[in-house]
Design a protein around this ligand. Structure first.
Ligand code: EPZ
Length: 428
């Protein structure tokens, strides 16, 4: 396994480009199953998760050709199963359930199981698809789904769920009649998926609001135009937080200030200056990091995917901050690792009390999940001395060309095999 070796204490300065959003890419790739033909997607980020989804599509009989524009040929679906060995690597594989049912009338998808941040149930996905006429049986760790004809329905989610909204919306586009999804998630990635589906001939209104209306179509077709994935707001927010924590000055080209609004609002409260530019968003800090309280909420609230990164920033603030994680039940795994770097964080249930320290000191830390590892990298960039972040595969799931982008901003980082001592590795 790889580790990232960081020699901290250097302010990050410069300009990098935002990659396409991981959490828009995954549902959009799954959506290609809804219409036979060659689909084209540009700005698809080169991540472990997007590779996993392309492998899953390949396993289903839909090969892809990667390049600046990725081409996915969904002319034939020869296998309507998402096997455990793929799903266990990427729980978002559940996103092929709705499209496979709509395309084939039958689907067998391994239950994703839990992960480091929580149990991650999918009952809302199944209830929404059942409302459209699907029938499910859970057996042997798999969801076995069948549907004769998808029919439009008026369905309210009990819980706001991003991939649940996406799964049901993707099935509804081929249902007979109109579907109304209430208490739907409003994340920008859902708007991007709706745009991609619109390019295939789907009729969707209200994406990005809690009520989405879908007029089902008898068939869809692959768009002739390539769909450009929207910029990744979490990746962008992570690099803007890197500028804040190191006292640097970073511009993220292509970052969307509207999608980032709740993140920018919190960064401003920490004393970070934010400049909205025609080509992107700039963050820089000249004064101290200020303490502030943060509550994670569904969009347009502060995103849970930025909670760990902001916790790292607040561990160096003047004063005490309170962070409440309202989305996932176990998303403070990074706190124990930040503690090893000198952070002072007390956890009580879903609340973390962060008492700011004047500085952090480098140490070896363990990544536990994607965003937790990002927070450890941020802390290592600010810490005095060398930090080694182990189990780098967590980061590779969601951050494209991480060390290249950090290096372009002046960070002293390099990737090495976990077993190799730093000096030997650095000598390479
Ligand atoms: C999506 O996960 C994102 N993943 C997550 O990003 C993100 O953290 C999350 O939304 C919240 O914004 C992708 O888009 C691929 P949810 P998802 O269903 O859809 C509960 C990252 O780091 N729930 O919105 O799985 C659930 O347990 C990842 O990029 C049910 O109880 O999240 C959670 O507490 C991590 N029953 C809450 O709802 C269900 O049927 C929100 O989960 C579904 C969800």
């Amino acid at each position: 396994m790889d580790k990232l070796v960081i020699r901290g204490g250097r302010p990050l300065r410069g300009t990098i480009a935002a990659s396409g959003a991981k959490n828009a890419s995954l549902p959009i790739l799954a959506a290609t199953l809804l219409a036979p033909g060659e689909h084209k997607v540009s700005r698809l980020p080169d991540l472990m998760d997007t590779s996993s989804m392309l492998s899953l599509l390949g396993r289903i009989g839909c090969p892809s050709l990667v390049g600046p524009t990725v081409r996915i040929d969904t002319s034939r679906v020869s296998f309507n199963e998402a096997p455990y060995d793929l799903v266990r690597k990427m729980r978002a594989s559940i996103l092929v359930l709705g499209p496979l049912l709509a395309r084939c009338g039958e689907a067998h998808v391994s239950l994703p199981g839990g992960c480091a941040i929580g149990v991650r149930p999918i009952e809302q996905h199944l209830k929404g698809l059942e409302a459209l006429g699907c029938v499910f049986e859970l057996d042997g760790g798999y969801v076995h789904g069948r549907v004769d004809r998808l029919r439009g329905a008026d369905f309210r989610f009990d819980i706001t769920t991003v991939t649940g909204t996406e799964n049901v919306m993707m099935a509804a586009v081929l249902a007979e009649g109109t579907t109304i999804l209430r208490n739907a998630a409003c994340e920008p990635e859902i708007v991007d998926l709706a745009g991609f589906l619109g390019g295939m001939g789907a009729r969707i209104t209200g994406a990005g609001t809690p009520t989405i209306v879908i007029d089902g179509m008898p068939a869809l077709r692959a768009s002739r135009k390539a769909w450009a994935i929207l910029p990744d707001r979490i990746e962008s927010g992570t690099y803007l937080a890197a500028a804040a924590i190191t006292g640097g000055d970073v511009t993220v080209l292509g970052a969307d200030p509207d999608d980032l609004a709740p993140v920018l609002e919190v960064l401003r409260r920490t004393g970070t200056e934010i400049e909205l530019r025609p080509d992107g968003v700039r963050a820089f800090r000249t004064g101290p990091i200020l303490a502030t309280d943060v509550d994670t909420q569904p969009h347009p609230g502060f995103p849970t995917d930025m909670q760990a990164q902001v916790m790292a920033l607040l561990s160096l603030a003047d004063g005490t901050s309170v962070i409440r994680e309202n989305i996932f039940e176990n998303r403070f795994m990074h706190a124990a690792e930040l503690h090893r770097l000198g952070a002072r964080i007390e956890i009580a249930g879903n609340t973390a009390t962060v008492t700011g320290s004047p500085s952090l000191r480098g140490a070896t830390v363990m990544a536990t999940d994607l965003r937790a590892s990002a927070s450890l990298v941020l802390a290592g960039l600010a810490a005095h001395g060398t930090t080694e972040v182990l189990r780098l595969y967590h980061l590779d799931r969601g951050y494209e060309r991480l060390e290249e982008k950090l290096g372009a901003l002046g960070a002293d980082v390099f990737r090495a095999a976990e077993g190799r001592p730093v000096e030997a590795a650095r000598a390479v």
